[in-house]
Design a protein around this ligand. Sequence first.
Ligand SMILES: [Zn+2]
Length: 472
Amino acid sequence: MVLLCCYTVIPNFGISEIKANGHYGLKPRPPVAEPVGSRVSQRGDKNYGSPSLNLMKKYQGFGKIVIMPNQFFTQTLSTQTPSSIFTLSVAPAKVIRGASMLPAAVDAIARSAVPEAIAFLGSRPLIVAGNYTLSLSQQILQPILQGQQLEIAQATYGADCCEASLESLRQAAKAHQADVIIGVGGGKAMDTAKLVAQQLQLPVVTIPTSASTCAAWSALSNVYSEAGAFLYDVALSRCPDLLILDYDLIQTAPQRTLVAGIGDAIAKWYEASVSSGHLQDTLIIAAVQQARVLRDILFQKSAVALQTPGSEVWREVVDATVLLAGVIGGLGGAQCRTVAAHAVHNGLTHISGHGSIHGEKVAYGILVQLRLEEMVQGNQLAETCRQQLLKFYADIGLPQTLGDLGLGNVTLSELQTAAEIALAPNSDIHRLPFKVVSEQLMAAMVSTTAPIENRDGINRVSSRVMSEEVTE
Ligand SMILES: [Zn+2]
């Protein structure tokens, strides 16, 4: 049965925000109305060096800056004091989701005449996939595209979304005279396809084959070394032009990928509530609250979903990890993305943590972050959250310790390396509302399953959580 659900979400758009003070439109503010259940950070904001900010600097001398819908372009209209812009890429221009709907969705790629179809994106696609998904794409996607008289070329991103792969894919796209990039696969294929498309200024279609991240949605690409060590991320000028979420395709992926996707998605709450829980900007409040909703959906539905692949509840969890997690990143922008959980992930990629996938390391990183909040800040709510997560992880099979990540024999010096990378000066770990040193981070990394410290503490914290839920 073909179930096709087609959305025109919020198109990629830019919000112009004019500030005379040269800030990012977000100034440190005292916490006012704490979102229910959030752990409030007192930190101010940082300039994260996104392309919008670089452009902002470039054009500052020209005065007022206007960002038009679907454009990443500035015009000078007046001679006001130096101003700043705030751009936001909220969502793909179109999301098509359903079961067994790839042919119908590809028709939407190829033709603009079909009802609900997007505008014509291209006729010479370059398919970017991993080694495994390349063969999947040959079996499933290519015959459909060829049936539409599209001229296809395909290439693998090789070892990782790394600079060498990006270069060779740019060459492949040019040689093919590609006019659209189609990313097929997991998070790394999505990130590579999006970045190549941006570099060549081509439209991009994302077709995730697993629910392991929200990369099919987001305007962000992570770049790694050829050995798989995290190097940096790139804020893209917009989200993909089309996201095709075919549940049948997602169901072909190992269950472990959805479990990892749950870990990556649930991190949105634990990170966004710390980095942005105190901010009063409307869209950031919305993003943080959506992160809480996402957490609750995952708490309620993950175990059942994993027991019943393909079921309605399973689809709801897939939507949560691929789509809703993307919405939160889109609404929140750079302020609302990551804190210590992803910083720990980044550190682990440098000590051969390749036996585990992104969301698994991030899930473990959440426990490390909560442990830091307990140890450094004496935060009892963090302690209770960690215990709650440990139970949830046990139920669905997310890793709780370094051993669970295949790093049980890690040496002290490797642990130190991971901690130092997580604590690099530009790391998001510094969005925590307290300073962390290497020794503290290493201690947190080896004590993620530590028992709660005293019963008295549990009782007090539990009643606080209950009262927060009651006042909600
Ligand atoms: Zn992530």
